[in-house]
Ligand binder design. Sequence first.
Ligand code: FES
Ligand SMILES: [Fe+2]
Length: 418
Amino acid sequence: MNDRVDPALRSAARWPSSGVNRVPFDIYLDKELYASEQAMLFKGETWNFAGLELEIPAVGDYKTGWIGDTPIVLVRSADEGFSAFVNRCAHRGATLCFDKRGHRQHRFSCVYHNWTYDLEGNLKSVAFHKGVRGQGGLPEDFDYGEHNLRKLRVESIAGLLFVTASSSTPSLSDYLGEKMSAHIRRIFNRPVRILGTYSQYMHNNWKLYMENVKDSYHASLLHLFFTTFRLNRLSMQGGLVLEGDGGHHISFSKMATETGATTEYDLEKLRAQNDQFALRDPRLLKSWPEFDDGITHAIQGVFPNLVVQQIQNSLALRLLVPRGPGECELFWILFGYADDTAEQTEVRVALSNLVGPAGLVSMEDGVIGNFVQRAIEPHAEGQTVLEMGGRGFESQDSRVSEASVRGFWNAYRKHMRI
Ligand code: FES
Ligand SMILES: [Fe+2]
């Protein structure tokens, strides 16, 4: 048996019989399982977000990124066409592109021996292929067509470009499903404008961060800011949307609908319920209704590693890149719309203080994964408990639930065959 698959099967033997309401702790630690995830999940039948069409507006513009932890290049290879390939020369494996973004006139050339590829990744020329003065060079039967860059499929939805390494991944629209596609179109309903980008490094397994994104139960408990200033509380109307294998989710709420506001929060005596604080700068609480549906908060997780964020008027994409079993890096793209007024842009920029590595809300999300990682590393035996909101992963009208976390594990087990 392939030794990359074997560890996954070992984990399967240890997966608790009760199913996705328990998760073995060593799933966040196992080095061989990490390698299997790269092969079976990120390079398997999944679509991975790679960038926005507007980031590479002209033919020849490219952006580097990752599929799992494998470096890739995404390029606009024609007016309406996009290509992607692994960022590794087919000759002896040198990195082709080093910049985050750039432009190439028709060709990608490798710095090592000058093998050259077109914008679709086809090998076009090899330096000294006929040798020098009739000596050396490539054999007569060398076939250029067999030495293209490792190509990836590219598909887009509403200006978001996704790539897959597998020829058997279903179409992007089938992969996302109707509800998830509709939500992406809801957010990307007109041309957007990027307001800023950055990344944050986290010292935890990538799956701990994705679980946190899918865990609507923690938001108003862990995040003091949300609850203190009544931005997002479980007493607001909201719910969870899942479909299919549960890998994708949307958690949403409507700020204007909070009723009986303090009752449950007061009864629980929460750390996050604190009336001693007030804001000196009220701009942080400013917002306007962004969508007609009244939804003020919507977090969408697209399996395996993309987050689409609407926190009032703070809009962002977050892409999580695994960096080994115990590390990951989160890439943020904060955006507004091209037709925003100057005042709307100012509100979005002010609200960006809520998110990111030092965000008034998100800073806890950057460390909570490590609070788990450091506690399980010395003692990996045991398992988590995921029984909030039942034991399944269907849509529900409550966010006091771990249904989306269970959905993530259901999809994970399907892809990993464990
Ligand atoms: S490694 Fe790229 S040309 Fe040799
Ligand atoms: Fe959070």
